[in-house]
Design a protein around this ligand. Structure first.
Ligand code: ATP
Ligand code: ZN
Length: 715
C-alpha cells in the first residue's frame, strides 16, 4: 500500500522543482517548469531561486523512489500535489511514457529490436567493425527476442538519469538490459533524504510524514521488484552468453553443428587406454601371430636398440583374419606387453558424409598419439576407411580420409615409436596405396584356431567358471571345427547360463554339448509335438547313420545321436574328427558318403520303398557334393583322370555327361555299401533305434554300450 497518512494535509510543502525534475522525461528536460505555473495551487511553495542550469539534478533514485511502481508514483504525486496529474504539461507525458515500450519497434512488435540495441551499446562503438558485420548478418535471421520483463521503473529512472547527463546517447533508446550493463558500475550519487530535506528547508512538522511515506512505498515496491530483478538478471546473463556463443560460432566456423559433432566424436576416438591388464597370456591359440608381434613389443619397449643398429621396423602392421579371432585382443596385448598407451579407433568412425571430418579425426588421432609416443594406434575395420571404393556417392569424402591416413603415416619417422596396427577381414578390399612398403607393410594372419588352439581357448574360459572335473575340453574342441575364439568364449558362457537355469552347481559336458549344438544348429524345439510314427522314422533314420559310422573303418568316430528337434532338423548324428583334417583320403571321403546314405537306406529297409521320406535330402546334398568334388577337383575318378573341371557349364556335352555318369556311379556304390552294412547289423540297428526312442539323446559311450548288446543303465 502506498498512501500517505491522513494527518498529511494537501497543502504540504513539497520541493516541487525537484519532483518535477525527477519526473521529467528526456524530451521535457529542457522545458523549465516555472514555479508560478503551479503557484496558484500551492500556497507554501518554495520559490525557485536557482536557475535550471545551475540546479543540482535530482532524480527518483535520489528520493529513494527508484523501485516504486508507476501506479504508486501517480498515487503519491496525487496525494502530495492534488491536481498535479491533471496538469497538461507534465502529466500527459508521464502517462504516455510508462505504457509505451522502449522503442518504436518494440511498441509495434512486442519484441526487442536487437540491432538497435547492439548499435546503441558502447560495445558497438568500441568494436564497431566486427559488430557491424554481425548486425548486418543477424538482421536476416528470423529471430526476435521476447523483451517481456525488461520494462521496469528502475530502468526508466536510469534512463532519465542518463538522459539528463548524456542527452546525445538517448537518441538511440537502448533497451534496459543493455543500459543495465552500461550503467551497472557507475558510482551512485544519491544524497540522503535527510540532507535533501535540510537543504530544501522542508518544515520539521512535515519531515516525518514525508519520510514515512517514502519509506513505506520504497519497501513495498522493493519486495515486489525483487522477483522481477532476479529473473531480469538471469535473462540478461543467458542472453549475453548466447550472444557470445553466436559471435564465436560465426567467426569460427559456419558449420557450427558439424564442429560440435567432430569434437565429441573425436574425443572418444583419441582417448588412450592403458592396456596393462591385457598381455599375450590372454590370447590363446594364435602362437604364430604372437611370435611375429613379439619383435614389435621389443621395439616399443626399447626403440633406441633398433635405431643404433640402423634397423627399420614397419610403421604399420596389418592383422588379417576372420571376425572374432582375437585381432583386437592381440593389438591390445602388444600395447600391454610393452606397457605403452593404446589408441583405439574404428575405421567406420572416420567415415563421414561431411567434407574433411574424417580427415580431421585422423589428424587429431595422430597428433595425440605422436605426443604420447611410444604408443600403439589400432584401427579396427581398416577396410571401411582404407577401402578401394573411391568416389562412391555414398562416401563422397572417403578419398580425403585415405589420403590423410597416408599422409600421416608418411609424416613420421620409422623409429619415432608410434606403431599403427590395422585389422581387417578383407585384405583384398584395401587400397593398394595402403599396403605398399612404408605403410601397412607387415601382414600377420590371425586364423581360426586349430583343435589345439580351440582346446587352449576353451580351457582359458572354462577356468573362469565352475566346471566339473569330468569335462574334457578337447572333446568339445574336436566338435567345434571352424569356431573362432569369440564363438568358443560364447559357448562356455552359454553352458554356464544353461547350468544356472537348470539349477546345477557346476558346468558339465552336457551343458557344453548343449550349447555347442545350440550354436551350430539353433535352439532345441521341445515344444514341437512329433507323433510317434515320425519319431520312429527319425529314430531309425538317425540310427542308420550311426550304424554306418560305427562299422565303417575310415568314418569319423561318433560323438552323439539324438532325435531331439533342433533348428530345422528332426534329429542328427554328430561325428568327431580326431584332429582337424588338413587332408582327406579317398577312403575317408567315401566313408562320409556312406554315412550320409545310411539314413535313407534305413528308411527303405525298415518301412519299405513306398514309405521313404523327404528327410534325406540334405544327406544326398552332402553325398553328391563329395562325389562331385572327387570327380572334378581331386582327380579321384579313373575314367576322367587327374584333371580338374572348374566350370562344368562350359564343358563339352560329352565331358559333362561323363562327369555326371561318374558321380552317379560313386553315389550308387555308396548306397549299396550302406545297404550291405545295415542288412548285416539289422539287430544293432533296431536296438539303437529303440534306445533313441527311449532316451532321445545318446552319447558316444552309450551308443557303444547299445551296439555291444549291453543294457543301458536307467538314467
Ligand atoms: N585367441 C583368443 N584367445 C582368447 N580370447 C579370444 C581369442 N579370440 C577371441 N577371443 C575373445 O573374443 C573376443 C572378441 O575378439 P576380438 O574383438 O579380438 O576379435 P576380432 O578379431 O578383433 O574381431 P573383429 O574382426 O570382429 O573385430 C575377445 O574379446 C576375446 O574375449
Ligand atoms: Zn540323415
Amino acid at each position: 500500500m502506498f498512501s500517505l497518512s491522513s494527518t498529511v494535509q494537501p497543502q504540504v510543502t513539497v520541493p516541487l522543482s525537484h519532483l518535477i525534475n525527477a519526473f521529467h522525461s528526456p524530451k521535457t528536460t529542457s522545458i523549465s517548469v516555472s514555479a508560478s505555473a503551479s503557484q496558484n495551487q500551492h500556497r507554501d511553495v518554495v520559490p525557485e531561486h536557482e536557475a535550471p542550469g545551475n540546479e543540482s539534478v535530482l532524480n527518483l533514485r535520489d528520493l529513494g523512489l527508484s523501485d516504486l511502481k508507476i501506479g504508486q508514483i501517480d498515487q503519491l504525486v496525487d496525494s502530495l500535489l492534488p491536481g498535479f496529474c491533471e496538469g497538461k504539461s507534465v502529466s500527459s507525458h508521464w502517462h504516455t511514457s510508462h505504457v509505451s515500450a522502449q522503442s518504436f519497434f518494440e511498441n509495434k512488435y512486442g519484441y526487442l529490436d536487437m540491432f538497435t540495441t547492439l548499435r546503441s551499446s558502447c560495445l558497438y562503438r568500441q568494436h564497431s567493425r566486427t559488430l557491424k558485420s554481425i548486425c548486418s548478418d543477424l538482421q536476416y535471421w528470423p529471430v526476435f527476442i521476447q523483451s517481456r520483463g525488461f520494462k521496469t521503473l528502475k530502468s526508466r529512472t536510469r534512463r532519465l538519469q542518463s538522459t539528463s547527463e548524456r542527452l546525445a546517447e538517448t537518441q538511440h533508446i537502448a533497451p534496459s538490459f543493455v543500459k543495465g550493463f552500461l550503467l551497472r558500475d557507475r558510482g551512485s550519487d544519491v544524497e540522503s533524504l535527510d540532507k535533501l530535506m535540510k537543504t530544501k528547508n522542508i518544515p520539521e512538522a512535515h519531515q516525518d510524514a514525508f519520510k514515512t511515506g517514502f519509506a513505506e512505498g520504497f519497501l513495498k515496491a522493493q519486495a515486489l521488484m525483487q522477483k522481477t530483478n532476479d529473473s531480469l538478471r538471469r535473462t540478461r546473463l543467458i542472453l549475453f552468453v548466447l550472444l557470445l556463443f553466436g559471435i564465436y560460432g560465426l567467426l569460427k566456423n559456419p558449420f557450427l553443428s558439424v564442429r560440435f559433432r567432430t569434437t565429441t566424436g573425436l574425443d572418444s576416438a583419441v582417448d588412450p587406454v592403458q592396456m596393462k591388464n591385457v598381455t599375450f597370456e590372454h590370447v590363446k591359440g594364435v602362437e604364430e601371430a604372437k611370435q611375429e608381434l613379439q619383435e614389435v613389443v621389443e621395439f616399443l619397449k626399447n626403440p633406441q636398440k633398433f635405431t643404433v643398429l640402423g634397423g627399420k621396423l614397419p610403421k604399420g602392421i596389418l592383422l588379417v583374419g576372420p571376425p572374432g579371432t582375437g585381432k583386437t585382443l592381440l593389438a591390445r596385448a602388444v600395447a600391454g606387453e610393452a606397457d605403452v598407451p593404446f589408441y583405439y579407433a574404428s575405421g567406420s568412425e572416420f567415415d563421414e558424409m561431411f567434407v574433411g571430418v574424417g580427415a580431421s579425426r585422423i589428424r587429431n588421432l595422430f597428433r595425440e598419439a605422436k605426443a604420447n609416443a611410444p604408443c600403439v594406434i589400432f584401427i579396427d575395420e581398416l577396410d571401411s576407411v582404407g577401402g578401394k571404393r573411391i568416389e562412391s556417392p555414398m562416401h563422397p569424402y572417403s578419398r580425403q580420409t585415405i589420403n590423410q591416413l597416408l599422409a600421416e603415416m608418411d609424416g613420421f619417422k620409422p623409429n619415432e615409436g608410434v606403431i599403427i596396427i590395422g585389422a581387417t577381414n578383407f585384405p583384398e578390399a584395401l587400397d593398394n596405396a595402403l599396403i605398399r612398403p612404408g605403410r601397412f607393410d607387415m601382414q600377420v594372419t590371425v586364423p581360426r584356431p586349430d583343435v589345439k588352439g580351440r582346446t587352449e581357448i576353451l580351457k582359458w574360459y572354462l577356468n573362469k567358471i565352475k566346471f566339473d572335473q569330468s569335462v574334457d575340453p578337447e572333446i568339445i574342441a574336436r566338435g567345434t571345427v571352424g569356431f573362432s575364439g569369440a564363438e568358443l568364449e560364447n559357448l562356455v558362457n552359454q553352458a554356464a547360463l544353461k547350468a544356472a537355469v537348470d539349477g546345477k552347481e557346476m558346468v558339465t559336458m552336457k551343458e557344453l554339448e548343449f550349447s555347442k549344438d545350440k550354436i551350430l544348429m539353433g535352439p532345441e524345439r521341445r515344444s514341437v509335438e512329433i507323433d510317434n510314427k515320425n519319431k520312429t522314422i527319425t529314430a531309425y533314420h538317425e540310427s542308420g547313420h550311426a550304424i554306418i559310422a560305427y562299422y565303417t573303418k575310415d568314418a569319423m568316430p561318433i560323438n552323439k545321436a539324438t532325435i531331439m528337434p533342433r533348428g530345422p532338423t528332426l534329429g542328427h548324428v554328430s561325428l568327431l574328427p580326431e584332429n582337424d583334417r588338413w587332408n582327406e583320403t579317398r577312403a575317408q571321403l567315401l566313408a562320409q558318403m556312406d554315412v550320409s546314405m545310411g539314413g535313407r537306406v534305413a528308411e527303405e529297409l525298415i518301412f519299405g520303398t513306398d514309405h521313404i521320406t523327404t528327410g534325406a535330402s540334405s544327406d544326398f546334398d552332402n553325398a553328391t557334393k563329395i562325389a562331385k568334388r572327387m570327380v572334378t577337383k581331386f582327380g579321384m575318378s579313373e575314367k576322367l583322370g587327374v584333371m580338374t573341371y572348374s566350370d562344368t557349364g562350359k564343358l563339352s556335352p560329352e565331358t559333362q555327361s561323363a562327369i555326371e555318369q561318374e558321380i552317379r556311379i560313386l553315389l550308387r556304390d555308396s548306397y549299396e555299401r550302406a545297404k550291405h552294412i545295415l542288412k548285416t547289423h539289422a539287430k544293432e540297428h533296431k536296438n539303437l533305434a529303440e534306445a533313441l526312442l527311449t532316451y532321445e539323446t545318446l552319447d558316444a559311450k552309450e551308443i557303444q554300450i547299445v551296439l555291444e548288446g549291453k543294457k543301458l543303465e536307467v538314467r
